[in-house]
Every structure is written in C-alpha cells, then in structure tokens.
Design a protein around this ligand. Structure first.
Ligand code: PLP
Length: 397
C-alpha cells in the first residue's frame, strides 16, 4: 500500500513538551514542572454556569462567530483591561488560542511566505506555519535583553518574503514581557516593512510588577495586528477549549470562512462558562484571577531565588508561569540536564531547545504546580546540580 501521509505531516517533529509529559505519566513518584497548565480548578461560579447551560438543554451549535453576549463581554474586557478596541462583530470565538493560531496562519500564508518567530517561543507556531506552506524564520531573543524582540534582531531577520511577525509576550517559555516602550521601539520596523503582527496574548493577565501592554492598543497598530487570547491560562480553563481572535476586516473574513468549514463553532457550554468568567470578573475586579496571579507570583519569586542560589543563572520572568534558568554552568545542554534530572531525581523539566535553538542551554520549569511540590522539586534539582558538579560536570553534547 502507498504511504498516505503528506510530506508536510511526515516531517513534523513531535512536541518536545509532550515527550516529557508522556514519560512522567509512567513514573508515579516523579514531579512534573513540565506542562504549562494551571494547577487550579476552574472557579465554581464558572463551572456552575456550564452546569446550568446543560440543565437548560443548551446543547446545540451557536452561530459561527460565537454567542453575541460573549463577544459583547470580550469587546468590553479588551477595551477596559488592555485598551484594545474591537467591536463584537470583529471578534471570533475559537477553540482555544490554538485555533486562533491555526486560523490566522491559514488565512495569510502563501507558499514560501516567511513568518518571523521569536526564538525561544511556544512550540506550535513553527509547525503550523510549515503546514500552511509558510517558512518560519527565527528571530534571536537573548537573556541579556530580557528575551524581547529588538528592532535590530527584527531588521536582521526581514527579507522581501517576510509577511508577518509573531509577538508572543508574555512569553512561553522565558516569562519575558515587552513593555510599551519596547513595543514602540519595534513598531517603526513593522510599519517600514509593511508586516502583519500576530500577537499571542494568552498570558496577558499573568504579569508581575506591571500591567500588560497590548500591541493592538498602540496608534496605527490595530489595523495590522491579529490579536489572540483566551481563557485557558488566567481563568484556569484549559480543558474548556475556549479562546478568541480579533483581526482587521479582510483577515477576519478569511478566518471566519475557515472556521465555518473546519470547526463550525466553539462548544456552547464552554461559551456560557466564558460569559460567566468575564461577567463575574467585571463585577468583582477579577478577584479569582488576581488570587491565582498572586499565588503564581509567590512561586515565581521562590523559584528564581532557588535557581540563582544553586548557581544556575535565572532571568527574572515578568509574566506567564515559567522560569527559564540557564544550565550552561553545569557544562550540559538543557536536553542532557533534563534527561539526567528525570533519570536520577525524577523531576521533569522541558529542555529549552524544544522552544528554539536559543534555548539550547536552558530548561523550562512551570510553576503552575503547588508550593509543596515545588519545594520538593527544588531540593531534588539542587541535589542533582551538586552531584553533577562533584562529578566534575558533564561533557556538553
Ligand atoms: C503562548 C501560548 N499560546 C497559546 C497556547 C494555547 O492556548 P489554548 O489553550 O487557548 O489553546 C499556549 C498553551 O500553552 C501558549 O503557551
């Protein structure tokens, strides 16, 4: 029989995150700092809204774009929290931000179009660009600049084939953010080369020591920005699969067609839950989001201090729920370190190389894990680092 799998699909590499997650599942005593998923359960008022939705028999499709009341609330939420002004008719409710990433790339990519991707960044962008016929091009982001996109690095990566650039801040895996001033510094480059910005702001609520600035709120940027966001992270709603995308009119129309054919609509009960998450949040100042954010912040400070105490340089993340320490001091790559740590101390972290070549000597640790587990994980990591040092370090591989 012939091989039915397309070349593009066959060439895709499995996600470096999942690999560790799968191994950990087979080790009952392992501690996983591997997966980027809140350890909190969705708050009860949100769960109750979905229960009520089911009790009332709301089990049908919604309109393709999503429930009007949800889009009204998203519109208000974006305006009030982030100064991004999108009317409800320009908001498309998606199956997580993941669907938004897929939609926008399918809507814009022609064969050979180059899309700039910060390195390191979330694992999904490059494979989806490739599946859409585009070419992912890395933009080097370094610890010394806080892993931001600089105008110089951006200029260097741009060619006549460049169509769009992904902004992924707050960043997974580094926790780096881009301030208003840092965004303003790259805007002229974006405009000069007439690029589209795809801004993945899924961690917008999770910042520490300053509010998130959306690139869509900057003058002249809404018309060249596709804004992605969702409920998974800040609202602890990963399993509900609910997100949204806001785009300039032509791109919005193209995405809606793809969404109509490929998905139809996001799950109705999840949309009802999202309505509750936003309306509750707006009435109590997003108290439950704030409570979770404060707990993440406590863990973040603990981890940064612990890694630096171990002698592993740890950049201070200002967003999301990851730390991204360098393990170069041990003489090991992130991959060798993660493998050794899992084998000898049963702690799972993700090699930084899973997020791009710039992450080679880093590992990503998620602090979406309770403090007791984190404390035990830190003790085990410290023991591992000590044993590596006592054995004279390991060869770089
Ligand atoms: C940067 C980033 N974007 C998007 C996603 C996917 O989010 P969703 O659950 O809304 O599909 C993730 C999940 O880890 C992420 O880290």
């Amino acid at each position: 029989m012939r091989n039915f799998v397309s070349e593009k699909a066959a060439l895709l590499q499995p996600s470096g995150i999942r690999k560790y997650f799968d191994i950990v599942q087979t080790m009952p005593d392992a501690i996983s700092l591997g997966v980027g998923e809140p350890d909190f359960v969705t708050p009860w008022d949100v769960r109750n809204a979905a229960i009520r939705s089911l009790q009332r028999g709301y089990t049908q499709y919604t309109g393709n774009r999503g429930l009007p009341e949800l889009r009204e609330l998203i519109s208000r939420y974006l305006r009030e929290r982030f100064g991004a002004d999108y009317p409800p008719e320009r908001i498309l409710v998606t199956v997580g931000a993941s669907e938004g990433i897929d939609l926008v790339l399918r809507a814009i990519c022609e064969t050979g179009d180059e899309i700039l991707v910060p390195d390191p960044a979330y694992v999904s962008y490059a494979p989806i660009i490739t599946l859409c016929g585009g070419v992912p091009v890395s933009v080097k982001c370094e610890a010394r600049t806080g892993f931001i996109l600089t105008p110089e690095a951006l200029e260097e990566a741009i060619t006549p084939r460049t169509k769009a650039v992904i902004f992924a801040y707050p960043n997974n895996p580094t926790g780096g953010i881009m301030t208003k001033e840092q965004l303003e510094a790259v805007v002229p480059v974006v405009k000069k080369h007439d690029l589209l910005v795809i801004s993945d702001e899924i961690y917008a609520e999770l910042t520490y020591g300053g509010k998130h600035c959306s690139v869509a709120s900057l003058p002249g940027m809404k018309e060249r920005t596709v804004l992605l966001n969702g409920f998974s992270k800040a609202f602890a709603m990963t399993g509900w699969r609910i997100g949204f995308v806001c785009a300039p009119e032509e791109i919005d129309r193209a995405m809606l067609k793809i969404h109509q054919y490929a998905i139809l609509c996001a799950p109705r009960m999840a949309q009802h839950a999202a309505v509750a998450a936003l309306s509750e949040g707006m009435s109590d100042g997003f108290a439950s989001v704030e409570e979770m954010r404060e707990e993440y912040d406590r863990r973040r400070r603990f981890l940064v201090r612990s890694f630096n105490d171990m002698g592993l340089t740890c950049f201070e993340p200002r967003g999301a729920f990851y730390v991204f320490p360098s393990v170069a001091e041990t003489g090991m790559t992130g991959e060798a370190f993660a493998n050794g740590l899992l084998k000898s101390e049963r702690v799972a972290v993700v090699p930084g190389s899973a997020f791009g070549a710039c992450g080679e000597y880093h590992v990503r640790c998620s602090y979406a894990t309770g403090m007791a587990q984190l404390t035990e994980a830190v003790a085990r990591i410290a023991r591992y680092v000590k044993s590596v040092r006592e054995n004279g370090g390991e060869r770089r591989n």
